[in-house]
Design a protein around this ligand. Structure first.
Ligand SMILES: *Cc1c(COP(=O)(O)O)cnc(C)c1O
Length: 394
């Protein structure tokens, strides 16, 4: 049977691997050797499941959106990751990784963040577990995402503004890797998506796979079958999408639709449609598709949604795309904004701008009346109110 899971060398087809500086080889190897055993252990599972239930509020509901369904002529269920503690799916991952860090005897946590959402999710679990937390964030992002910086600081984290390069996510990531090189023995690096060197993409996908595990159970209860006809999710680095499809990835009855950020249009020069525009290259320790110039310089991506403007993509998703297992759609800023207002009007749910890209894929798919569609609402829209209000006023 064809599988889209990671192979023993850390690759998904030709994508993935672990391209890290010499000084981190041992560190990454230790992690590769530890993660499966820890994640599969009874003590980890018990603690992880209990925190997901009592702290995060899982299982998240699978909600039949009747008015939205009527509009698109099929049966649409929303997987409500927006209802999680801290407002998105990211907490599923940070809880898992901090439990792993403790079991590996690490005492210091570092993370990088762009929009600040992963920084907040990391600072949250560090407060919970009483661990030191250092978050690298581009200075430009520190200025434009001030509310999240304040949250991280209130949670006890140290936020370090990064002033190299464009002072955004890519530069923050470089700085986090530099820190890790200086403190390989006591420091654990919590990566926020299905990116980075092996084993991160596989580990983050496994930690987020609670989403598809729940979808299976919930569909069985509601529909009498445990698989949908379509799964739809947005992709930044790819973690909520990987979690949504994890248990259905080898099931050909399930069509996978992934929405990446088209920005102002994929040929406008202002886009974050990495899968469609990217070329093969190495970013953050993995071989994948990368937005880059002719001579291999990483290009700054653009999207109205801060959580989707990442110049790479998870190796899982690069492989799903080239093997044509998943259909990749670019959803532009305007299409996402329109979709956010549509969901709010029809269902009384204000989605995160990232999630609005998944919703923006709905008009681009030809559904049949009997199709069962599960779309993951990765987060809530509180953080995006300013953007929504500006759009309405223009
Ligand atoms: C960070 C974020 C994303 C994008 O990250 P993935 O790893 O691609 O899931 C999507 N939605 C929300 C709400 C986010 O905060």
């Amino acid at each position: 049977m064809k599988t889209y899971q990671v192979d023993k060398n850390g690759y998904y087809g030709e994508f993935g691997g672990a391209y890290v500086p010499e000084i981190l080889h041992q560190c990454v190897k230790d992690l590769q050797n530890a993660y499966l055993e820890v994640l599969d252990s009874e003590s980890f599972k018990a603690e992880y499941d209990q925190l997901l239930r009592d702290y995060v509020g899982r299982p998240s509901p699978l909600y039949l959106a009747k008015r939205l369904s009527k509009k698109y002529g099929c049966k649409i269920y929303l997987k409500r990751e927006d209802l999680n503690h801290t407002g998105a799916h990211k907490i599923n991952n940070t809880i898992g990784q901090i439990l792993l860090a403790r079991r590996m005897g690490k005492t210091r946590i570092i993370a990088e963040t762009g929009a600040g959402q992963h920084g907040v999710a990391t600072a949250t679990v560090c407060a919970l577990m009483d661990m030191e937390c250092i978050v690298y964030m581009g200075k430009t992002d520190v200025e434009r995402q001030h509310a999240n910086v304040q949250k991280m600081e209130m949670l006890g984290a140290t936020v370090i503004p990064v002033t190299s390069g464009n002072m955004t996510l890519k530069d923050a990531t470089n700085e986090a890797i530099r820190d890790w090189c200086c403190h390989p023995s006591d420091t654990y690096y919590i990566i926020g998506s299905t990116v980075g060197p092996h084993p991160y993409p596989d580990m983050v996908a496994r930690l987020q796979s609670v989403i598809s595990e729940e979808i299976r159970k919930q569909l069985q209860e509601k529909e009498g079958r445990n698989y949908p006809d379509y799964l739809i999710a947005c992709v930044g680095g790819g973690s909520n999408a990987a979690g949504t499809i994890y248990h259905h990835i080898d099931d050909k009855r399930v069509k996978i639709v992934l929405a990446e950020a088209g920005g102002k249009g994929i040929h406008s020069g202002m886009s974050a449609a990495t899968i469609q525009l990217g070329k093969k290259g190495i970013i953050h320790g993995a071989r994948t598709l990368v937005m880059q110039s002719e001579d291999g310089q990483i290009e700054e991506p653009y999207s109205i949604s801060a959580g989707l403007d990442y110049p790479g993509i998870g190796p899982i998703h690069a492989n799903l795309s080239v093997s044509r297992r998943a259909k990749i759609l670019a959803v532009d800023d305007d299409e996402a904004l329109k979709a956010a207002f549509e969901l709010t009007e029809l269902e009384g749910i204000i989605p995160a701008l990232e999630s609005a890209h998944a919703l923006g894929a709905l008009p681009k798919v030809d559904f049949k009346k009997e199709d069962i569609v599960v779309l993951t609402v990765s987060g809530r829209g509180d953080k995006d109110m300013e953007t929504y209000i500006n759009y309405k006023n223009n």
